[in-house]
Design a protein around this ligand. Structure first.
Ligand code: ADP
Length: 310
């Protein structure tokens, strides 16, 4: 597809990782070796997750990311294409594909080592070179598993009128120019507390006020099974989640954010887009895994019908 004449409903600029998962009875002590289960390899990374989530829902989606010239890179590209994501913006080479080395113990607790690899080599120069892709997008969504300088360059490269959505994960101090572009800044409870520090307070409404004071145009706070809260300087709105049997919450926030950004680009207001996004997040937690748990539009209608979110 040619980026010059394509109107992407969502462009995700972010990370793509191969998640390498091994089950263990217990973790090895320093110097020790333990035997684990067969290796499972899953496509992941917050950027890759967001792009797959949006594309499966039917959004015209592209991913701007970097993977290595290796088998994991091929796996990640295949997963994106299978979901319907345009991978014209996925750069290849410069470092091994990012991986997350994950051990899971019998109680379900994870220990994770992330090697950012190619994600750390997605540079501001790469963003400048992708100007046509950025200018073809209605909404651009980023996270912080790529360098902060690169995210700042995304903000500087945005065409006027393009909406920017940021999930600052993993949380880090954000420059004023990045904060000012966020519409919205999307955080979970942990990210809100890290960004606000000791001043955070206890109520999500307080976090929203504190975050808005840092400069974003709007804020969305995800509250797990409780749903989400939206704040735009005028209104603070609680958006309850539909009740579902949660099986695995991995990647639910990424699906939520992708759905939110897409719907905002279609012209929905913040609470309406968030009401759609909590349905997508709820559907994602009913199945195991991250990208493998994301619903298509028809699966969403079956699993979490619209009326149940009211
Ligand atoms: P993160 O996945 O980043 O930790 P949250 O736990 O807040 O963020 O979850 C993100 C979204 O996923 C929530 O806003 C909600 O829509 C959905 N979600 C998460 N957990 C549940 C749950 N137990 N039941 C229903 N929806 C959930």
């Amino acid at each position: 597809m040619n980026a010059d004449n394509t109107d992407y409903e969502l462009l995700v600029v972010g990370s793509a990782n191969a998640d390498l998962v091994v089950g263990v009875e217990r973790r090895p002590a320093p110097g020790e070796t333990v035997l684990g289960s067969d290796l499972a390899v899953h496509p992941g990374g917050k950027g890759g997750n967001q792009a797959v989530a949006a594309a499966r829902l039917g959004a015209r989606t592209a991913l701007l990311a970097r993977v290595g010239d290796d088998a994991h890179g091929v796996l990640l590209l295949d997963a994106q294409r299978a979901a319907g994501v345009d991978t014209v913006g996925v750069l290849v080479g410069g470092a091994p594909t990012g991986v997350a080395l994950i051990t899971v113990d019998p109680s379900g607790d994870n220990s994770i080592v992330v090697s950012p690899g190619a994600n750390a080599r997605l540079t501001p120069e790469d963003i400048r070179a992708a100007g046509s892709l950025l200018s073809a997008a209605r909404v651009v969504s980023s996270q912080l598993e790529i360098p902060l300088d690169t995210v700042a360059e995304v903000v500087r490269t945005l065409r006027p009128g393009t909406r920017f959505v940021l999930n600052p994960s993993p949380p880090a101090p954000l420059p004023a120019e990045v904060l000012a572009a966020c519409d919205p800044l999307v955080v979970n409870e942990h990210e809100a507390r890290v960004i606000l520090g000791e001043e955070a307070g206890e109520a999500p409404e307080e976090w929203a006020r504190g975050l808005l004071a840092l400069g974003p145009r709007s804020v969305v706070i995800t509250l797990g099974a409780e749903g989400a809260l939206t704040a735009d300087g005028t209104d603070v709105v609680r958006v309850p989640s539909p009740k579902v049997d949660a099986v695995d919450t991995t990647g639910a926030g990424d699906a939520f954010t992708a759905a939110l950004g897409w719907r905002l680009g279609l012209g929905e207001d913040l609470p309406t887009a968030a009401a759609y996004a909590v349905r997508v997040g709820a559907a994602a937690v009913t199945r195991k895994g991250a990208q493998g748990s994301y619903p298509t539009a028809s699966e969403l209608a079956d699993t979490v019908p619209e009326a149940r979110s009211r």
